[in-house]
Write a protein that binds this ligand. Sequence first.
Ligand SMILES: Nc1nc2c(ncn2[C@@H]2O[C@H](COP(=O)(O)OP(=O)(O)O)[C@@H](O)[C@H]2O)c(=O)[nH]1
Ligand SMILES: [Mg+2]
Length: 383
Amino acid sequence: MMIGLVGVPNSGKSTFFKAATLADIEIANYPFTTIEANQGVAHVTKPCPCRRLGVKCNPQNSLCVDGIRHIPVKLLDVAGLVPGAHEGKGLGNQFLDDLRQADGLIHVLDISGKTNAEGKEEDWDPYKTIEILENEIDEWIHGIIKKNLVKSRRISETEKKPLERILAQNLSGLGISEADIKAAMKESDPEEREFATILRKISKPIIIAANKIDKDGAEKIFDEVRSKADNVFPCSADSELALREADKHGLIRYELGRDDFEIVSEKLNEKQKRALEFIRSNVLKKFGGTGVQKILNEMIFEKLGYITVYPVADINHVSDKKGNVLPDVFLVKKGTTLKQLAAKVHSDMADKFIGGIDYNSRRKIGADYEIKDGDIIEIIFGR
Ligand SMILES: Nc1nc2c(ncn2[C@@H]2O[C@H](COP(=O)(O)OP(=O)(O)O)[C@@H](O)[C@H]2O)c(=O)[nH]1
Ligand SMILES: [Mg+2]
C-alpha cells in the first residue's frame, strides 16, 4: 500500500513528507522489499490489543508505543504535477508512474492563500488549486480512455469481453482496476469527461491537507474552502515536524496524533519554549492536533477502508511460534475473508488452508469468515 503526496511547489509537501516519515525505526522486518529515493515510511495508528488483553507485546512488522500500534505505510513524494502536466509539461511520465503506484493521494495545499498554482508567492484562492490539480488528473484519465475507446469497444464486441476489462488494460498504467471501471460505468459513460472524474474518485481518493493553518488569516480561508470541497482537513506540517524533532531529541514527549505534549528537558531555551507554546495554543488546542497523523489515518481507515487484523500461530498465547506476542498486524480491506487473509499471511500455504480460530469467541471460523477490525486470529494450515 502506498499513499502519494501531491501539491504545487511551496505548499509544504517536503515538510509534510519529512514530518510523517521522521521515526527512528529498523525497517528490516517491515513488509517492504525496496524503498526508492522518493519514498518513505509513515505510520498509521490504532489502539493495540495488548492493553485490552493485559499482555506485553513484541511487535515484529510494526511498533507499539504506549499501547498504540504504529502500522507502517509507504509514503510517496509524487513528482511533476503542475498545471498542464497532462499535455506534457513538467515530469509527465514520472508523474504517471507515481500515480500508478499510489492507492490514495494527499493533496498538500497552502491554505494561507499565499501560493498560486505555479508555486509562486501571490495572494491566491487555494480552492482554485484544488480544481486545477484534480482537473489535471482527470484529463490524464480522460485522455487515455478517449484515445482507446473506439478500438476498445470493437475488441470488447469481437472478443465478447466486458468493456471494463479492455479499458482496465489501457488504464493499467495508472493503476486503475477493472472493478473500479465497472463501478464508474454504473454512473456514467466512458466517453464522457465526467466519467474520468467519477473514476478518479473511486480509484484514487484524495484528501486535502489544508496546510499552514498556523498562519494569520488561514483559518478564514480554510472555512471558505471547506464549504466548497469535501475531505479538507486543517494541517500544520511545520508544527508536526518541530514536535517530532523535539521529541526525537528528548526535549519534549509527543505522541503521534495527540493534541498536546510535555516538556521533559531543561535544555530548551526561551525561544524554543515560545515556539512550542505557540504550536500548543494556535495549532494543537485549536485544531485538535497538527493534522498530519489524522490525515494519514483518515486516508487508510476511512477513505481506503482498511481494517486491522492480528494473525497469530498460537491463539492461547496470542503469539507466533517463537513466542512473540501479537507480533504482526495486517491492514486488509473491509470484506476480506479468512481465506484471503491466509493467502496474504502465507502466500505459499494458501492451498493448505484449513480454517481458523477467533480469539474473541474462541470459536472455529471458516474460509468465508469476514475479518472484523482488531480481530486476533490463529490460521490453521494442513501439512
Ligand atoms: N507556517 C507554515 N509554514 C510551512 C508549513 N509547512 C511548510 N511550510 C513552509 O513552506 C515552505 C515550503 O515548504 P516545502 O515543504 O519546501 O514545500 P514543497 O515545495 O511543497 O516541498 C517552507 O519555507 C516551509 O517551512 C506549515 O505548516 N506552516
Ligand atoms: Mg519539496
